[in-house]
Design a protein around this ligand. Structure first.
Ligand code: B12
Length: 285
């Protein structure tokens, strides 16, 4: 699916005439650029933002590369939880994508999709694995489905504007978890940041190098696996004092408990993505 669409494609997808669509472009309702031949081209993320803000249902979602909603549709994350659990645990990518992308199009934020859907679903799958009711391959498959849908949502989010605040982050050495750090990236991007997850299993020296090279406003760590707690506390505190004072260090993740909070230094410690969203909104203003 191209990231740029002709006015005809956008008009078809929304269910308005091409001439109305061109007028919307000219009145600034939708962003657009012109090809060297002078034709208007509308960025996909601009159309998606417009539909989300106006709470408009595209009449032909497939023209925008969105799932065709022939299946049961939900209005709120809580309603969708059992259905998504079912789809993700059976490895049904299309079904999971339909539920999550549809909620996103209805205006549900990435933070809420993560906190209220992906985290509870993966937690439940982890519990089933621990009880011997789920195979390892089923857990891995569910993570694969989550990552594929998140990649799709990433494509639908607005591209950062010139001068957007920059954030980078990832998971620490020995920590192979990839869903949470990607969710942090997308949560920040939805809030207008230029955010990039550096990925998983990153030694502290390379994260410090990244911080020096990129000079972000915010550096996040998602902490789901700690091999040696004392060594980790020392390394994290060293990292925090080596970071430029202008960089906010934000930590979160399953391993962040009261003991760790007391022993480590950071700018903010968040239980979930909603808290992160509130924190960045407070430093933005
Ligand atoms: C998928 C998974 C894996 C996969 C991950 C694959 C991948 N590419 O990501 C892999 C294969 C690595 C794995 C391995 C293991 N796993 Co595992 N895993 C899980 C599972 C099912 C899901 C984790 C997940 O992605 N959750 C979704 C994310 C989004 O949720 P989250 O991390 O909690 O993040 C939320 C918040 O914490 C917060 N957050 C997180 N990070 C950050 C960062 C910032 C900045 C902010 C603001 C917020 C924030 O926001 C998120 C959204 O709400 C969990 C179940 C569970 N309860 O989490 C078990 C689980 C964590 N695993 C477990 C175990 C036992 C293991 C293994 C030891 C198994 C083994 N014997 O090999 C190994 C450990 C390997 C290692 N060295 O890390 C246990 C841990 C038990 C314990 N007491 O610690 C769990 C709880 C399963 C269980 N119920 O027993 N696992």
């Amino acid at each position: 699916m191209s990231q740029w669409l002709s006015p005809k494609q956008v008009a078809e997808s929304i269910g308005v005439s091409e001439s109305s669509l061109k007028r919307w472009c000219d009145r600034g309702v939708l962003p657009f650029s012109r090809t060297p031949g002078g034709h208007r081209r509308v960025p996909l993320d601009g159309v998606i933002s417009y539909l989300r803000e106006q709470k408009l249902d595209p009449t032909r979602p497939e023209v925008l590369g969105l799932p065709n909603r022939s299946q049961v549709i939900y209005s709120h994350p809580a309603e969708a939880l059992p259905g998504l659990m079912n789809k993700m645990s059976s490895g049904d990518f299309e079904g999971s994508r339909t539920i999550l992308v549809d909620l996103f199009m209805k205006g549900v934020t990435i933070a809420d999709l993560g906190d209220q859907l992906l985290t509870p679903v993966l937690t439940q799958i982890g519990e089933q694995w621990a009880d011997g009711d789920t195979e390892i391959y089923e857990e891995r498959r569910a993570v694969g489905v989550a990552m594929r849908v998140l990649h799709e949502l990433s494509r639908l989010l607005p591209r950062p504007q010139e001068g957007a605040r920059v954030a980078v982050g990832g998971t620490i050495e020995g920590d192979q978890y990839s869903v949470a750090t990607f969710l942090v990236e997308l949560t920040l991007r939805e809030l207008g940041w230029s955010a990039n997850s550096l990925g998983s299993n990153l030694p502290f020296p390379t994260m410090l190098q990244a911080a020096q090279d990129v000079n972000p406003r915010l550096f996040w760590l998602s902490i789901s696996q700690i091999e040696d707690i004392d060594r980790f506390v020392g390394a994290l505190n060293q990292f925090q004092s080596d970071l430029a004072p202008s960089i906010a260090l934000v930590i979160g993740g399953r391993c962040v408990n009261d003991d760790l909070r007391k022993r480590t230094r950071f700018s903010a410690c968040c239980d979930d993505l909603q808290q992160l969203a509130r924190y960045v909104t407070s430093i933005d203003s």
